[in-house]
Design a protein around this ligand. Structure first.
Ligand code: NCD
Length: 318
């Protein structure tokens, strides 16, 4: 394992499997009345969030607390950042406070790299979403969820995962494409032509404009939110037209194989990319993704901060 987690593409198959196995051991804690381990006692984790977030920030906070770390939550609103402080000065402040890990979400693609490689901080840096670039812990929790449902016995080798919607603005899609490929799955991205990024042909995936053709072959379908806050032009004629072509509704869900699961990273826009009956159906693992997110982030913090693999004495640091 590296000291930082910046991109899902940096993880080898061994790294990713170590995180998933560690998460599996830690997940059993979620079902116990006392959900805490002393593993990171005395360590400090800073959540540095420059963009809005509900589940990712809370998930990292719960993960750090369940490992007994001290957690400092820092959001751009209401801080000196709104007075014009730079990322550098914020980083120097965190360093002076002795942060062991900085979990950063930022609207600019590449901000976590800047923080990790600037020499401003000595802590581990975890990318919790940078612009439209990457969101590696989301991909890890998605892989973990897929693994629990589809991986029984043989991992994800050859499993077909469809990722559907606003690929252009989605850091979740890129991180998943990289990680799922590393884990042996076959990824198909489905979107209208206007919502594919330039250069998608260099990604390790297939692409399609035709959702109805892809659904019957998929073992899992991951729906993406249409990220209106990142759009400044007309990427599709109307919301109704988008839903008709690329939304997952009951009729389309009926064309899935019996074992196929439906995923969404949240936040969902019900009625846009997914209908309420699909989101609440027994194929949906959307709520379970949130539970798994805490276990996966516990595993990441534990391994990055040098915790031993549970049950062994091996170090997890570089
Ligand atoms: C995603 C994100 O922020 O990239 N959500 C998340 O972290 N759970 C996807 C989104 O905002 O649509």
């Amino acid at each position: 394992m590296n000291r930082h987690l910046l991109s899902a593409g940096d993880l080898t198959r061994d790294d990713a499997e170590l995180i998933l196995r560690t998460a599996a051991e830690l997940r059993s804690l979620a079902d116990r009345p006392i959900k805490k381990l002393p593993a990171l006692r005395g360590r400090t984790v800073v959540n540095l969030f420059f963009e809005d977030s509900t589940r990712t920030r809370i998930s990292f906070e719960a993960a750090a607390k369940r490992l007994s770390a001290d957690v400092i939550n820092f959001s751009a609103k209401g801080s000196s950042l709104s007075k014009g402080e730079s990322l550098k000065d914020t980083a120097l402040t965190l360093e002076a406070m002795g942060a062991d890990a900085v979990v950063i979400r930022h609207g600019a693609s590449g901000a976590p790299y800047r923080l990790a490689h600037s020499g401003w901080v000595h802590s581990s840096v975890v990318n919790a979403g940078d612009g439209t670039h990457e969101h590696p812990t989301q991909a890890l929790l998605d892989a973990f969820t897929l693994w629990r449902h589809l991986g029984v016995g043989g991992g994800l080798d050859g499993r077909r995962i469809a990722i559907v919607g606003d690929v252009l603005h989605s850091r979740v899609a890129r991180s998943n494409a990289l990680l799922l490929r590393t884990l042996g799955a076959e990824v198909t991205l489905v979107a209208p032509p206007t919502l594919f990024p330039v250069g998608v042909d260099t990604w390790p995936v297939e692409t399609s404009y035709d959702l109805d053709a892809v659904l019957p072959k998929a073992d899992a379908v991951m729906m993406l939110r249409v990220q209106r806050e990142r759009m400044n032009g007309g990427f599709f004629p109307t919301a109704r037209e988008y839903s008709r072509r690329y939304g997952l509704d009951g009729r389309r869900m009926a064309t899935l194989q019996d074992h196929t699961i439906v995923m969404h990273p949240g936040p969902m826009v019900r009625g846009m990319e997914i209908t309420a009956d699909v989101a609440d159906s027994n194929r949906s693992v959307i709520v379970e993704q949130v539970t798994n997110g805490v276990a996966v982030r516990m595993a990441v913090l534990y391994l990055l901060l040098g915790g031993a693999t549970p049950g062994s004495s091996a170090g997890g640091d570089e």
